[in-house]
Write a protein that binds this ligand. Structure first.
Ligand code: HEM
Length: 477
């Protein structure tokens, strides 16, 4: 497999070190050199095989866990065992719960999610009169997303308990921060250094204190009345209890699951919404068309989950924002765990123990996948859907351009077997939040026309954590 970067033994170590800051450029260079191909780059601790074309992306996405492991791939860059907890890595049954029960209940729980969006923006933004207010975008959005997500996960009143909420937000931040640091150490040293770097035990203690009594109450009710007791709340705790077995049916185990689901939900969705705010304030011409759409849809269909299907421009805007500003220069990192390695359809074999991923960002910026690929065009997918609907029957192609759908050329949620199971909730939440924001607020960039640069660390790319956005409550509604 061709190397991009230095080939010499020592020089490739130096490349691995530089990878912490220049990974996006290096991967783009490899992609340009080997479009539709396979290449490798030196990361700090090992070679990383990167696939370019949709064909190979599909092969990676379709491989089963016992051949290409998602869990082991994640563990390499984010040591879940050390910074979240061993059971989450070893028995990730919550992924099934999220994919099935949580997603199925989005319609039923949407009115509450909508209510929380309205209350949370009011409480967090604290806007009065017609004043403009500069707010740190990521921090502000995390506070809103934490509340909205927890209205679905644990309901009122806990979803408004500041100690509980901030613990979830801090945990999400700490997992990423400490995870990146622990990942700099070789596997064997990680358990030794992690306690000095990660605050996981502290976060878990606060979660146990705030959420523990609610979970204990549910377990007691089930013991007393059976699994389908009358009045059982329709929330994450109940959904987890439907799938949890054996030692997972205890207060600490369930609290850890909810904490870890919070991590998966809060960080990703907050980053996606923050990126969308940066895009909106850098390309303000999108505001009025989205406001018109949201006001029209709400007036005719009300605030329902089904009405979100009519928010085509808002959907397109979020998809475009994630296309250009996803969470990393690569996606779908997997470790080859099959004894005999993994063979691509062109005959290339990756030996057991290798790491492979897809060049997500380069794929998203490729002009052969997207016209004017480097340009932000918020309504490109809405136009494609309209053009297609005008010439064809409603078909799969139209569906494929929705924010929810993954593809070989659209990887913010990955694609294939491990495509994000939380994306149905994430998209529901993000669309409802963006509709709420464009209806209720005017927005401005802190510096007109300037998009805050991403924070980059190795393969991870995140919205600028210190950048601000200016909000003003609309006076005439
Ligand atoms: C915009 C928001 C989100 C983004 C961009 C996102 C992105 C991703 C990505 C890229 C993956 C890995 C896919 C792969 O490697 O093939 C993933 C996995 C996962 N996500 Fe999300 N996610 C989001 C929201 C959520 C939410 C809200 C939840 C929970 C309710 C969630 C739960 C999970 C879980 C449990 C996995 C592991 C899946 C598995 O092993 O099969 N995500 N997500």
């Amino acid at each position: 497999i061709p190397i991009v970067g230095s080939t010499g033994f020592l020089a490739s170590f130096w490349d691995g070190y530089k990878f912490l800051t220049n990974a996006p450029d290096l991967i783009q260079a490899g992609y340009t050199q080997y479009p539709d191909g396979i290449f490798r780059v030196a990361s700090l601790s090992h070679w990383l095989v990167v696939v370019s074309g949709p064909k190979f992306v599909k092969e990676v996405g379709g491989a089963p866990e016992h051949v290409l492991s998602f869990g082991e791939g994640v563990e390499d860059g984010l040591p879940v065992k050390q910074v979240i907890g061993r059971p989450i890595a070893e028995n990730p049954y919550h992924q099934h719960t999220i994919r099935t029960s949580l997603t199925r209940n989005l319609h039923a729980r949407f009115p509450e999610v909508r209510d929380e969006i309205a209350c949370a923006f009011d409480d967090v933004l604290q806007l009065h009169g017609s004043e403009w207010k500069s707010l740190p975008a990521l921090h502000t959005i995390m506070a809103v997303v934490a509340r909205v997500s927890n209205r679905l996960f644990v309901g009122l009143p806990l979803c408004r308990n500041q100690t509980y909420l901030w613990n979830n937000v801090q945990f999400a931040i700490d997992v990423i921060r400490s995870g990146h640091r622990v990942a700099l150490f070789p596997d064997i040293l990680r358990p030794l250094v992690a306690p000095f770097i990660s605050s996981k035990d502290k976060s878990f203690a606060v979660a146990l204190q705030t959420l523990g009594p609610l979970v204990a109450g549910r377990l007691a009710k089930e013991d007393e009345l059976g699994p389908d007791w009358p009045g059982k709340p329709n929330d994450l705790i109940s959904w987890l209890l439907e799938d949890a077995e054996g030692e997972e049916r205890t207060v600490p185990a369930l609290v850890l699951r909810v904490l870890s689901t919070n991590f998966a939900a809060i960080h990703t969705s907050s980053m996606a919404f923050t990126q969308a705010l940066f895009d909106l304030t850098t390309h303000p011409e999108h505001l009025l068309p989205m406001r018109e759409e949201a006001e029209r849809v709400v007036a005719t269909e009300g605030w329902t989950k089904a009405a979100l299907n009519s928010l085509v421009k808002i959907d397109s805007f979020l998809r475009e924002s994630q296309r250009l500003n996803g969470n990393g220069s690569v996606a779908m990192i997997r470790k080859v765990v099959a004894k005999d390695g993994f063979r691509f359809s062109d005959g290339t074999v990756l030996p057991n123990g290798s790491f492979v991923c897809a060049a997500a960002r380069a794929i998203h910026y490729d002009a052969s996948n997207y016209k004017n690929a480097a340009e932000f065009d918020g309504f490109r997918f809405a136009r494609e859907r309209a053009e297609h609907a005008a010439t064809h029957d409603l078909s799969q192609e139209v569906f494929k351009r929705q924010m929810i759908s993954t593809a070989g050329d659209f990887l913010p949620f990955g694609t294939g077997k491990h495509a994000c199971p939380g994306r149905f909730f994430a998209v529901t939440e993000l669309k409802a939040m963006l509709a709420h924001v464009v209806i209720n607020y005017d927005l401005e960039a802190e510096v007109e026309g300037v998009r805050p640069p991403d924070d980059i660390f190795g393969l991870a790319m995140a919205p600028n954590a210190s950048a601000k956005v200016r909000f003003r409550k609309r006076s005439v509604l």
